[in-house]
Design a protein around this ligand. Structure first.
Ligand code: PLP
Length: 432
């Protein structure tokens, strides 16, 4: 196996596609690679989910990943070559004359970016604000919505810690009341999950905060089911879509939510430091921006959420290129491949000797995130050994009732990467 892997890395290096120095000398540009991928798509059958050759071509757009098995895409994902090259070029332009290029030339892309994000989201472009990450998007709503002492917010203890902390700050400052939905993060029954939220709705409930895909375990929370009940009771719905936007193929308005925040540097593979906020048109006027906007910006203009001060315009300009690359692969194709890789992980995990099936993700729902828990094995030690000996990067998770390894592959992940990761896990589990 080790020899096979070495041969694989050697082959990639020969192609100029391996990690590090060889990739710096990579003679193929991102644009040329995109053409090759276009050709591959045109000549492939409709369903390429299990076509490793196809995904090997996609992987070539991520040259730095070749001998670094990154299974922590749930944290941040690398950008494809075409995005990296564009950002580098924008950065060079800005360094000629920063105020001219950032303020007069590159800032013109903002409306195009908004429009392209809106097309992906299935919304009007006037509902989309561009910002730096999911925290900024979600905290704009958390701190910007008007609430009185005693108003209630329903959320869950499996929401992202920054979001829980933001709500706790409002609890502390404004006397709002937080009610936490209680469930197992491995729950599969949608009706049961929805009921855990809706049973907490009362006359004082002002908003429900729903993490669409729980980052720890990959569990999908049935947003629509909860939102439909909330709407009947005039409760606002805020969705944390950090792990669903550009990972799953859906449109935001279909969730029946009022607000949706996500990062773009996770599943869209946009440059690090990019995010998006969707606000339903009629709701824009009801949310104060985190950074104040001038009087000239109307209260119902989504752009009021973008008054940040000096920002990284080259990074923001990279978003359009990431959307184009995402569209080149195709949202449905991508979702199917990611789900296939997760299921492959879970099939292999089921055969591991110390796996605890009761605290491990199960197959059946779409998405890339798999969580594995072990009996009698320290998952943090396992993570460290995988990293040091096998060059495999997984994420150690310890939160509430879950403790284990999270594996989150991406479009550049091949089955042989997962085989290698499992070889590492088997070795660790067989050591005493
Ligand atoms: C569910 C969830 N929400 C929000 C965030 C915050 O994302 P960002 O770091 O882009 O602000 C994360 C990050 O991992 C997350 O998993």
């Amino acid at each position: 196996m080790i020899n096979k892997r070495r041969k694989f890395i050697a082959n990639l290096t020969a192609l100029g596609l391996s990690m590090g120095f060889s990739s710096i000398a990579n003679p193929i540009s991102g644009k040329e690679l995109n053409k090759i991928i276009e050709g591959r798509i045109a000549n492939s059958s409709e369903d390429v989910t299990e076509d490793e050759g196809f995904w090997k071509t996609i992987r070539q757009a991520y040259p730095m990943t070749a001998n670094n098995i990154n299974l922590n895409n749930g944290a941040v994902s690398p950008s494809p070559l075409v995005v990296q090259e564009a950002v580098n070029q924008y950065m060079e332009m800005c360094n000629i004359n920063p105020s001219y290029y950032t303020g007069r030339i590159l800032s013109r892309t903002t409306e195009l970016t908004r429009q392209k994000l809106a097309a992906m989201a299935g919304s009007e472009s006037d509902c989309i604000a561009i910002n730096r990450n999911a925290c900024e998007a979600l905290e704009t709503v958390i701190f910007g919505i008007d609430m009185q002492k005693g108003d209630e917010v329903v959320l869950s203890k499996y929401d992202y810690p920054n979001m829980i902390n933001a709500w706790k700050q409002r609890e502390h400052r404004d006397g709002i009341v937080l009610k936490f939905a209680d469930f197992s993060p491995f729950e599969k029954d949608d009706a049961f999950l929805a009921e855990r939220y809706t049973r907490l709705f009362s006359k004082r409930t002002k908003l429900v905060h729903i993490t669409q895909m729980i980052n720890w375990t990959g569990t999908l929370v049935p947003v629509r089911k909860i939102a439909d009940v909330a709407k009947r009771k005039s409760i606002k719905v805020l969705v944390d879509g950090a792990h669903t936007f550009a990972q799953l193929d859906f449109k935001i308005p279909d969730l029946n939510c009022d607000y949706f925040g996500c990062s773009l540097h996770k599943w869209l593979c946009a440059p690090i430091g990019t995010g998006m906020l969707y606000v339903r048109k009629e709701e824009i006027a009801n949310i104060y921006p985190l950074f104040s906007s001038p009087d000239s910006v109307s209260k119902d203009d989504i752009r009021k959420f973008e008054h940040l001060g000096t920002r990284s315009v080259p990074i923001e300009n990279g978003i359009v290129h990431a959307i184009d690359f995402h569209n080149l692969i195709g949202a449905k194709r991508k979702e199917k491949r990611l789900t296939y890789l997760k299921n492959y992980i879970l099939e292999k995990a089921a055969k591991l000797k110390n796996i605890d099936p009761t605290m491990t993700s199960s197959q059946g729902s779409p998405g890339a995130i798999a969580f594995l828990s072990f009996r009698g094995t320290d998952p943090n030690k396992m993570k460290k050994i995988l990293e040091a000996r096998y060059g495999v990067y997984a994420s150690f998770i310890k939160w509430e009732q879950v403790e284990g390894l999270r594996l989150s592959p991406n479009v550049y992940t091949l089955k042989e990467d997962l085989d290698w990761a499992f070889k590492g896990m088997e070795d660790v589990l067989s050591e005493k």
